[in-house]
Design a protein around this ligand. Structure first.
Ligand SMILES: Nc1ncnc2c1ncn2[C@@H]1O[C@H](COP(=O)(O)OP(=O)(O)OP(=O)(O)O)[C@@H](O)[C@H]1O
Ligand SMILES: [Mg+2]
Length: 786
């Protein structure tokens, strides 16, 4: 403890003093300090001085000295303070505690070690005195600084400046300040060694300013630290609050964003896509959670994360398994099934081989779509279906740009998300019904989808990044391949499915449709039965179609009737031809007898339509007029021309048929083709129209047991036509006995032996061969064969 002391306490001073080295303190004159003395030598010296002058010399040690080493005389400063011993207390454990007060500065002349005591002979140093005004100037600087310290709060104690302001004596002021400063030994020693009062006071002032500076710096560091801590604490606190609020509202955004980031890391996405997604996550993070923009971005990211990036299913390449599945689902269709088995064999040899894009073409209800699904099942791929019927907007394929409100990805990306696999089998249904208008051409986008060179990086506008479609197996379906654009057709392997014969339909019905319908209506096999005869009846009199869709529907109707009877009356039911009417109502397609009658001016034509083959009647009548040709029944241009050609042939050969040429000048000829719903065009009705025309001109009836098809040229030659199989099937459906075909279509028959076995096919080369057969002699009727 340091205190102040009046100079008046000074006593007389001998020349030689016992020395007390001080370790960590420099004692100035007038200052009182307690000291602990343990060293025997020093204690002895103290005791000796107590016996005489009670004065000792306090010398500060230069360096910290360890306990054992003791202090060498060279370790002590040469200038110290002579102090008087005020009190001595013996410590029971050994050593003494003394209270001393500094009296006078002194310089060591010589260290004396005698009688095992540390002593020194000294020379007293008097402090030079200065002009009081000079000192006052320094004092006033000190006082101003003290005021500033108080004002800024950087003071030693609250009353430091008050006490100071009341002091006048420069020495006392210096002592007072000294007692507050934390000086190092070196600094304090320097102060002690100052020669004049002024130097001393300035030294004190200097260290006081230093003290203030360090205090200010310390304060600044502390306040800076506090400030930065406050800032981050504040942010932390606000974030926590926000989190709590969001949790309350069920909008756990921050967690959501973190989850997105973590998930993004795990996805197998091309690097450039990842970058874009990351950008969108950052964007979401920095937009207000309830803003429209955030909703749009969140939707987008939901889409991104829902897509099966890099998720692929393993193909089942077991051929026996595939065959079993395909046969389980569909009757016949052998060539198509073979094609699929070929594909699987190739895959067995080359895992990442090229996937063919198949296009199934055929009349409705022939199993195109359901076959696609079955192929997916046989390969063990996920299945998806996209119907392009009526799609006119390119954005349906490519997606809308995200700037639209309610924008969505295109159909392909949507279906991929739904299947959850990036190598599903996708059936592109009704490819021929795709449209085009001002909103762009979807078939142009389809070109990209179906192009193996381009679909690896298919660009969806909504995703805003490429998506790989190349692992998908595409199967397209169409009723009319002619309606599919040439470049699209080029990319696909066209596989034709034709309509089914009655026999085939019976088999499909019995082995597939009935089974499926029973199962779907919750019945069991034993609950009901449908005989083959019933199926025949249904096919002949309740349906008229190439495929089996209507048949399937009727069978389902029967099943639901059976289910009702089972539930209501607990009765089993077996359907037979005689009871069908009571369940399904009267037959829908009654074979009109008039249809089978030989008539003048009416001939049976066979037409091919996208719905399969059709038998149509062509009517020709003569009426008074001026030789004009009238055509009705919504005929296409080509058909009109072929009617004209037929008339020209008839006129040119009128004589051969015994027709009076004058008849042409006085009459108009009207050709009508009923059944407005069936689109009629093409040249294949040439011989049928000629037959009708000549019948009405000659008055000879047409044999109704014949149906015919063939293009006619002006020399009477019968030219080949398309759709042979469908046309023959149509003739069979209509129960005609004979079909006339161009001889140039002969090669088509080789492939359809199974359906021509029970119908008479007549191949002709010239119109005369047709007319000979079908135009009956006047007033003669044909003999009915069926
Ligand atoms: N060969 C067959 N064996 C068993 N079932 C068949 C066969 N052909 C068609 N079906 C059944 O007939 C129904 C109709 O078939 P699907 O829907 O595949 O016809 P589609 O050819 O796609 O017709 P559309 O051209 O009208 O789309 C399906 O339930 C299908 O299972
Ligand atoms: Mg279909």
């Amino acid at each position: 403890m340091k205190t102040l002391l009046n100079q008046s306490n000074q006593g007389t001073m001998p020349e030689v003093f016992s020395v007390i080295p001080t370790m960590d303190v420099v004692i100035f004159p007038r200052i009182i300090v307690p000291l602990l003395v343990l060293d025997e030598k020093i204690i002895k010296g103290v005791n000796q001085s107590l016996d005489s002058s009670k004065m000792v010399l306090l010398l500060a040690a230069k360096n910290q000295v360890d306990d054992q080493g003791g202090i060498g005389t060279s370790d002590l400063h040469q200038i110290g303070t002579i102090a008087s011993i005020m009190r001595v207390i013996q410590i029971p454990e050994g050593g003494i505690k003394i209270l001393v007060q500094g009296v006078q500065k002194a310089r060591v002349l010589e260290i004396l070690t005698q009688d095992e005591m540390l002593q020194a002979s000294v020379e007293k140093i008097e402090q030079e005195l200065n002009d009081q005004e000079e000192l006052a100037a320094i004092v006033s600087k000190i006082k101003t600084l003290a005021e500033q310290m108080a004002a800024s709060g950087n003071t030693f104690s609250p009353d430091f400046h008050i006490i100071l302001s009341k002091m006048q004596d420069p020495e006392r002021i210096a002592d007072f300040i000294l007692s507050h400063l934390n000086l190092t030994i070196t600094q304090a020693q320097e102060l002690l060694e100052t020669k004049s009062q002024k130097e001393f006071l300035e030294g004190v002032y200097y260290y006081l300013t230093k003290e203030v500076e360090t205090a200010e710096i310390k304060e600044k560091i502390i306040s800076d630290a506090r400030e930065s801590m406050n800032q981050s604490q504040k942010e932390f606190y606000l974030r926590e609050q926000l989190k709590a609020i969001k949790q309350q509202l069920g909008e756990d955004d921050l967690e959501e964003i973190e989850m997105m980031r973590t998930k993004l890391e795990t996805l197998t996405i091309p690097a450039e896509n990842k970058k874009e997604i990351d950008r969108q996550i950052n964007r979401l993070e920095h937009t207000a959670p309830d803003s429209l923009e955030a909703t749009v971005t969140r939707n987008y990211l939901e889409w991104i994360f829902a897509l099966p990036w890099g998720v692929v299913t393993e193909d089942n390449l077991n051929i026996a398994h595939a065959k079993k599945v395909l046969d389980e689902d569909h009757f016949g269709l052998d060539s198509i099934k073979d094609r699929i088995l070929d594909f699987i064999s190739i895959r067995n040899l080359k895992k990442d081989g090229y996937s063919p894009i198949l296009c199934f073409v055929g009349p409705p209800g022939t199993g195109k779509t359901s076959l696609g699904k079955s192929i997916a099942r046989s390969l063990g791929r996920k299945y998806g279906r996209i119907s392009l019927g009526g799609v006119r907007d390119e954005a349906e394929i490519r997606g809308h740009r995200r700037t639209y409100v309610g924008a969505m990805p295109g159909r392909f990306v949507q279906i991929i998300k739904k299947t959850g696999s990036s190598n599903p089998l996708i059936v592109i249904d009704e490819l021929d019904k795709i449209g085009a208008d001002f909103r762009g051409d979807p078939s142009a986008a389809m070109l990209e989808v179906l192009d193996p060179q381009q679909n690896k990086t298919f660009y969806d506008n909504y995703l805003g990044m490429p998506f790989d479609l190349s692992k998908i197996m595409f199967i397209a379906t169409a009723n009319n391949i002619d309606a599919v654009s040439e470049p699209l057709r080029d990319r696909m392997e066209i596989i034709e499915l034709s309509g089914y014969t009655r026999e085939e339909k019976v088999k499909i019905g019995q082995h597939y449709l009935v089974k499926k319908a029973i199962e779907d209506s919750g019945l069991e096999d034993k609950n009901m039965s449908i005989s083959d005869a019933v199926l025949q009846e249904l096919i002949a009199n309740y349906t008229r179609e190439s495929g089996v869709r209507q048949l399937e529907r009727i069978i389902r109707t029967l099943c639901s009737k059976a289910a009702r009877i089972l539930v209501e009356k607990n009765k089993l039911i077996s359907f037979v031809p005689s009871n069908i009417e009571s369940y399904l109502g009267p037959r829908k397609f009654i074979e009109e007898e008039s249809n089978k009658e030989d008539q003048i001016g009416i001939s049976n034509g066979l037409a091919w339509t996208i719905y399969g083959g059709e038998m149509i009647k062509i009517e020709a009548v003569l009426m008074p007029g001026s030789g004009k040709l009238l055509l009705t029944g919504q005929l296409g241009e080509v058909m009109k021309e072929s009617a004209q050609a037929a008339l020209s042939y008839a006129r040119a050969h009128a004589e051969e048929f015994g027709i009076d040429k004058k008849i042409f000048a006085k009459h108009d000829l009207h050709i009508h083709i009923p059944a407005g719903a069936i689109p009629k065009d093409g040249p294949s009705a040439g011989i049928t129209m000629l037959t009708a025309i000549l019948s009405t001109l000659t008055g000879r009836a047409v044999n109704a047991q014949y149906a015919m098809t063939g293009e006619l040229n002006l020399s009477g030659e019968v030219m080949p036509i398309g759709g042979v199989k469908e046309k023959i099937l149509a003739a069979k459906r209509n129960n005609v006995a004979h079909v006339i075909l161009p001889i140039k279509n002969k090669h088509h028959l080789a492939e359809i032996n199974d359906i021509t076995a029970d119908i008479d096919i007549i191949l002709v080369n010239h119109a005369n061969e047709v007319l000979e057969r079908v135009l009956l002699p006047k007033n003669k009727k044909s003999i009915k064969q069926r």
